[in-house]
Design a protein around this ligand. Structure first.
Ligand SMILES: NC(=O)c1ccc[n+]([C@@H]2O[C@H](COP(=O)([O-])OP(=O)(O)OC[C@H]3O[C@@H](n4cnc5c(N)ncnc54)[C@H](O)[C@@H]3O)[C@@H](O)[C@H]2O)c1
Length: 378
């Protein structure tokens, strides 16, 4: 897995659970990354994972951090471990790519970002799907003015009633069970809002305020987790961007699966039906003059060919692993290290996304939050 590319950037995984298998599956998309080894605080899990994939297991985080061939520590631990693990990696002089949310509290996240900035290190966070073909095509279509001035967004992240599915039987190729208790405690908003929030903030710039409602609609999910420990399973937020765009974002594990997006502009509507597929189709409907023969004010949907900017270094290879190219964010960070530049997914952008996410996920009932963080669009 350390490849034949001698100039490849050394990376190590911390956390050998369910998502780590997705990262392994998509690493072949990025020959510029060389996986040096893995660590998990659960020694049994580390053993199973490293044996399954033929990888070097580090006996401890210290041993991993002492490996000078590792430039990027990839934090794939559970959300409650993200801050502590990332902090230790930064203190050891490693660049860090973290799964989302990169901290559970905004103060901790800010501390990580400032620490990295002070020490010339790069911190970057999942989700990286903005680097995918679908999101890049939307960005291009918006910049080209395909729908005129954007005004309104409907973004849905409904995952279906997970607690009514066979979630106890879900496991990855290396045998890691889907961590349902943790997922129910963390909740669908903290887990998933970042997928669309990263896109929307990249498209429309920073947001100024959030109005949200959050509730636990189905408290009897599983006997292993007390209802009092469960996160809201439904949130709905209205997000106002400084640019004037307003977005409605829904996250739930109550309504049937719907990961669609509609961006409404003065001259048309851009749509995507699935944000968890880097190659999902983008369609556009454009404004038409109504007449007797054209009784609608919008055209029939037309496919927008997926395009990537000429200087975009990543290409989609669906046969490599997964509909989501999880390792692409690490490759973005590695390219920034090699080029002495900033990654496309910056820490300040991730911090802003996290502030919005926390404003939505922490709402118990109705809440209004004025946002304080901001970021420069790359
Ligand atoms: N499960 C998914 O489908 C999925 C998809 C995308 C992203 N994610 C994100 O990936 C992250 C991990 O999720 P997962 O599903 O793989 O969870 P998981 O529970 O299956 O795996 C996490 C692993 O991290 C290890 N760990 C926890 N604290 C540690 C520490 N301090 N040091 C070393 N190892 C530690 C655990 O022992 C466990 O094996 C989460 O942030 C989650 O939001 C999960």
């Amino acid at each position: 897995m350390d490849g034949s590319n001698s100039k490849a950037t050394g990376v190590a995984f911390i956390g050998c659970g369910y998502v780590a298998d997705f990262y392994i599956a998509t690493l072949p998309n990025h020959p510029d990354l060389s996986l040096r080894g893995v660590h998990d605080s659960d020694a049994e899990r580390a053993k199973k994972f490293s044996e399954h994939h033929g990888l070097r297991p580090y006996a401890s985080l210290d041993e991993l951090l002492a490996d000078d061939s590792v430039a990027i520590a990839v934090n794939l631990t559970n959300p409650h471990s993200h801050y502590e693990v990332s902090r230790r990696c930064l203190e050891a002089g490693k660049h860090v790519y973290s799964e989302k949310p990169f901290a559970e509290e905004l103060g901790q996240a800010t501390e990580l970002v400032e620490y990295a900035e002070r020490h010339g290190l790069i911190l970057s966070s999942a989700p990286c799907s903005f680097l995918g073909e679908t999101a890049q095509t939307l960005a291009h279509a918006l910049a080209e003015g395909r729908i005129g001035q954007p005004r309104l967004v409907y973004a849905e992240l409904d995952d279906g009633a997970v607690h009514q599915m066979n979630f106890r039987s879900w496991a990855g190729p290396s045998g890691a069970p889907w961590p349902y208790a943790d997922e129910f405690r963390v909740g669908p908003t903290l887990e998933h809002a970042g997928y669309y929030l990263t896109w929307l903030t990249a498209f429309f710039g920073p947001a100024s305020e959030v109005m949200s409602y959050g509730g636990l609609l189905q408290p009897d999910k599983t006997p292993e987790v007390e209802p009092s420990a469960l996160a809201p399973d439904f949130t709905c937020a209205l997000i106002r961007f400084h640019s004037g765009v307003v977005a409605r974002l829904t996250c739930s594990t109550v309504a049937p699966e719907d990961h669609s997006l509609r961006i409404v502009g003065d001259d048309g509507v851009l749509s995507v039906s699935e944000c968890w597929d880097y190659g999902a189709e983008v369609t556009v409907r454009t404004r038409t003059e109504m007449s007797e023969s054209t009784p609608h004010y919008l055209s029939e949907p037309q496919q927008v060919p997926l395009v990537l900017p000429a200087d975009h270094p990543f290409r989609y290879e669906r046969h490599h692993g997964h509909d989501m190219d999880f390792a692409r964010g690490i490759a973005d960070l590695a390219a920034a290290i090699r080029g002495g530049t900033t990654p496309q997914l910056t820490a300040r952008h991730a911090l802003h996304v996290l502030e919005i996410t926390l404003a939505v996920s922490s709402a118990q009932g109705a809440a209004h939050t004025v946002l304080h963080t901001t970021f420069d669009r790359t």
